[in-house]
Design a protein. Structure first.
Length: 269
């Protein structure tokens, strides 16, 4: 199937090209999307893009760790599971996959609402927006979702609608290495797929913790790039979830996903 091949390219190395976008984005997205670099509640979507996303994704809440959350995703019943990836008119739809690190974070927040209740939360690399949605459902006082793909931002608004939530603010600027925001909690899943991007995340998260005492939770199923990075020595395992069979098949046999707490020692800050 075409999309399975597409995902395999991502998992085996194409993610490095996506990481270059994270590293190169200094002022936001392309000119076409510059006027849409930030969404807030009530922001209307381009009708053409909305129609395309609704036509070419499936609403589902099965096969994942969070059946409470409905999402628009690419599934085997979607046209672009079979079509050639080059026919997709936008950037690679990484947001249309519910990655296992994000699943673990979302499950943990739903099961432990005290982690976010009454707190400000930044969901970094938000993708489909599931973890941000979980934070809103669990009583976070403020949620900002961040993803550099403008189509991901639009998909997040659709996913908020599916779950009867007012859309939370969404920014599609690259905020890594920017001034550290004053967030109570930063959550990020499946972001350590490129060494240079991982280095940037490591230093930026350290800065957020040092300046604002921000709590950081990371979701990852144990990919080599994550386990081999120096940040791993500063992580404390919070909980591990067994992945549903469908997610295992989507991710080439990964069987579990872990939520980690990032607690760098003062000597490394």
């Amino acid at each position: 199937m075409a999309f399975r091949g597409w995902k395999r390219l991502l998992l085996l190395g194409r993610q490095s090209s996506f990481a270059k976008v994270w590293r190169s984005r200094r002022g936001g997205p392309s000119l076409r999307w510059k006027r849409c670099c930030h969404w807030s509640a009530g922001k209307s979507l381009d009708p053409e893009v909305r129609a395309f996303l609704e036509e070419n994704t499936e609403v589902t809440n099965s096969g994942h760790l969070t059946p409470e959350i409905r999402l628009r995703l690419l599934t085997p019943r979607c046209r672009f599971w079979r079509e050639k990836p080059d026919l997709w008119p936008y950037g690679d739809p990484f947001w249309a996959i519910y990655w296992p690190g994000g699943q673990a974070l979302s499950r943990y927040i739903l099961d432990n609402p005290r982690v976010v209740k009454g707190r400000s939360v930044l969901d970094l690399g938000s993708g489909c927006g599931a973890t941000a949605i979980a934070a809103v459902m669990s009583g976070a006082s403020q949620v900002l979702a961040n993803d550099i793909d403008p189509i991901a931002g639009m998909a997040m608004i659709l996913n908020c609608e599916l779950n009867d939530l007012n859309p939370f603010p969404i920014t599609i600027k690259n905020i890594i290495n920017s001034e550290a925001g004053n967030w109570d909690l930063i959550v990020l899943g499946d972001m350590f797929y490129d060494e240079q991007l991982a280095d940037g995340l490591h230093h930026w998260l350290q800065k957020c913790i040092r300046i604002h005492q921000t709590q950081v939770l990371i979701g990852d199923p144990g990919r080599h790039q994550f386990l081999s990075h120096s940040i791993h020595s500063q992580l404390h395992k919070v909980i591990e979830y067994s992945l549903p069979e469908y997610t295992r098949q989507e991710n080439h046999g990964l069987t579990s996903s872990i939520v980690w707490s990032y607690q760098p020692s003062k000597s490394l800050e």
